[in-house]
Design a binder for this molecule. Structure first.
Ligand SMILES: C[S@@+](CC[C@H](N)C(=O)[O-])C[C@H]1O[C@@H](n2cnc3c(N)ncnc32)[C@H](O)[C@@H]1O
Length: 242
């Protein structure tokens, strides 16, 4: 029987990172971010910091800090860093992203704009933590197609259409060095891996006292994905400078 803590880690167990992103796409984004030797990298809302670790590993002498409020994710990040001999170059800090003040040369904020009150708040706040001449990798949800009522009910009315997101980037004073969006296969893989940790457990433990709740949550999520937001909710990745 899994302990409550072990059970909680199942949710993200099959995920490489907590965003719809292929290996190839990630490599492109990190290339566009240009992590040069010796730079300081900051990841706000880092989760377990897979992108941060790759960014730091890609720049000789680079060092980084990951900031998140989820202690379990930070524990996973520290273990990953140690397993890649990056423990002395990457720190994981439990803190509110919006409270972080120390600027860096390269800043990542992927899927965590809500920690700054949403897209516009994040674009403004992140300007304060990117050093002059630095770059920001901003990953944010957007509508790629007009959402139906069900999608708006799930994600709220603060999600912007892609064109409006790009306009807000301009208004906030950023220049776009790179723009790409997650494709359908990346979304399918993200959704599948989000469910997979607990789906696999469920198949092995159909009689567990937690099974009914897990089955219900997974069913709802899959139904919402294919019924309301597959091909509608997008994820934009922008490499920005100012
Ligand atoms: C969608 S996940 C993305 C994680 C990571 N950037 C990645 O791409 O794998 C959003 C992350 O934001 C973190 N988060 C949410 N609110 C936060 C806050 N107020 N301060 C810091 N992190 C926060 C969550 O714990 C979660 O790890």
């Amino acid at each position: 029987m899994l302990s409550a803590e072990e059970f909680a880690t199942l949710r993200h167990a099959r995920m490489r990172w907590n965003t719809p992103l292929s290996e190839e796409h990630a490599a492109l984004l990190l290339q566009r971010l240009e992590v040069r030797s010796g730079v300081r990298v900051l990841d706000l809302g880092c989760g377990w910091g897979e992108l941060l670790l790759r960014a730091v590993a890609g720049g000789a002498g680079a060092a980084g800090v990951g900031v998140d409020t989820d202690e379990a994710a930070l524990v996973r990040g520290r273990a990953l860093a140690a397993s890649r001999s990056l423990g002395d170059r990457v720190r994981f800090v439990r803190e509110e992203a919006a409270a972080w003040r120390e600027p860096a040369d390269r800043v990542l904020c992927v899927g965590a704009a809500h920690a700054f009150g949403g897209t516009v708040g994040a674009l403004d706040a992140l300007a304060g933590v990117v050093r002059p001449g630095g770059r920001l990798l901003f990953g944010d949800a957007c509508w790629e197609a007009a959402p139906g009522g069900a999608a708006v009910r799930i994600f709220g009315d603060a999600v912007l259409p892609l064109a409006e997101l790009v306009e807000q980037v301009r208004v906030a004073g950023w220049r776009v060095l790179h723009l790409s969006t997650a494709d359908l296969r990346e979304w399918d893989d993200f959704e599948s891996t989000w469910r997979a940790g607990r789906q696999e457990w469920l198949l092995e433990h159909p009689e567990d006292s937690r099974a009914a709740e897990v089955r219900g949550e997974l069913d709802v999520r899959l139904r919402e994905y294919v019924g309301a937001y597959r091909g509608v909710l997008g994820m934009a990745y922008l490499v920005l400078g100012r």
